[in-house]
Design a protein around this ligand. Structure first.
Ligand code: ZN
Length: 382
């Protein structure tokens, strides 16, 4: 017997509004479409926002790392920093990847964990926000996530396993439909990886989008077989901005005369430097130093507008955001810049996210944080 209705939500990491339009992505199948204000930050802030409807200020996830010596889980490990020499070897991508896997196991982290380029000596000063698997029951406790909320409403749902590949997740979704599930949240992340690398290569992007369109059409057909009515909605978290330049902020800060851990703390994400002022002179010195870079310190008004203002300054006392296209390199995230990056000012044309659907959706959906309530409303109507 067919379901009366199937609600299908497909998340595509980095499917920005610009690319959707440049490539006329699924215009026939999903004619209802809208530009969405991205969630300030990276996927590490957008995913918990999508899964809970809360802003980073509320759920506490902005950059993966934050300066917090008192609650660093890595204190003991960091004592062995002297073992990790020469730095060149331990900074290699593959070595870092294995080291990350080892630490993840050692600490029992169930969330997405990568050390990236964070120096080992610095680990004792930082906390990591994604220790838990955000997608599962109580994954964001005490905040209720999508899993908790749908369970409480007795919805017969399927949520992707983010560890799987996109192909596996499409397949798992089709199986879930065949098993009678009528609410699906499907997670896919491979477009993000392609765009970080190929943002300047329209043919490569077109190839990847063709592949995704094929996967979507297949999934859609399956849903139609099992549901009298199918509501199919695709949404994203941000776009991708091509690289236009780099800033060696880390070196300048290291040489400015302030002592890390005594005068200041800092996290260097790909597009922003988040400073923590520990001594009286830190703010003045760092503010003066950053004047030479194309970017600005976020005002309190901007932090509030972007959903990242916290009175406890957990994300940094001063957040310096580079102008769109300029990346911090090296940063805690990598040695070299990527061809494309996100995490710039949300109003920039490459930044915007997108929502696309085969059915009309409420006009009040304007930003990434609005997806959650929309999904819950639709689940409630099943
Ligand atoms: Zn990305």
């Amino acid at each position: 017997m067919k379901q009366k209705r199937i609600e299908l939500f497909l998340f595509i990491d980095a499917l920005g509004w610009k690319i959707v339009n440049d490539h006329k992505f699924l215009e026939d199948l999903l004619p209802y479409r809208k530009k969405i204000m991205m969630q300030f930050g990276y996927s590490s802030s957008a995913i918990p926002t999508i899964l809970s409807g809360k802003t980073p200020a509320e759920h506490g996830h902005l950059g993966l790392f934050r300066f917090a010596p008192d609650c660093s889980p890595f204190k003991t490990f960091s004592k062995f920093a002297w073992l990790f020499k020469p730095a060149g070897f331990w900074n290699r991508g593959r070595v870092r990847h294995h080291l990350s896997k080892l630490l993840k196991k050692l600490y029992g982290f169930t969330g997405y964990f990568q050390l990236y380029r964070m120096p080992i000596w610095k680990l004792k000063y930082v906390d990591y926000c994604e220790k838990q698997d955000l997608f599962v029951r109580n994954g964001m406790a005490p905040i209720a996530n999508l899993y908790d909320t749908l369970s409480a409403k007795n919805v017969d749902f399927h949520i992707s396993d983010w560890h799987l590949t996109d192909a596996e997740n499409y397949q798992a979704a089709e199986q879930a439909i065949e098993q009678g599930k009528n609410f699906l949240f499907v997670y896919t992340a491979s477009l993000d990886g392609v765009l970080h690398d190929k943002i300047m290569d329209p043919a490569a992007i077109a190839r990847k989008l063709d592949e995704i369109q094929e996967q979507i059409r297949h999934l859609y057909r399956t849903a139609e077989e099992y549901g009298e009515e199918v509501h199919f909605t695709v949404f994203s978290d941000h776009g991708m901005t091509p690289l236009t330049g780099t800033a060696d902020i880390m070196r300048d800060v290291a040489e400015c005369g302030l002592v890390f851990g005594k005068d200041y703390g800092a996290c260097f994400d790909s597009t922003m430097a988040r400073f923590y002022y520990l001594s009286g002179k830190a703010e003045e010195v760092l503010t003066a130093l950053m004047k030479k870079y194309p970017g600005h310190f976020l005002t309190q008004e901007e932090e509030i507008r972007y959903g990242i203002y916290r009175a406890d300054r957990a994300f940094g006392d001063g957040i310096f955001l580079l102008d769109a296209g300029i990346q911090i390199a090296p940063s805690d995230m990598g040695d070299k810049p990527l061809n494309g990056m996100h995490g710039f000012v949300p109003e920039e044309e490459h930044s915007h996210a997108a929502i696309l659907s085969n059915t009309a959706f409420p006009d009040r959906i304007e930003k990434v944080a609005d997806y959650f309530n929309f999904m819950i409303e639709r689940a409630g109507a099943l």
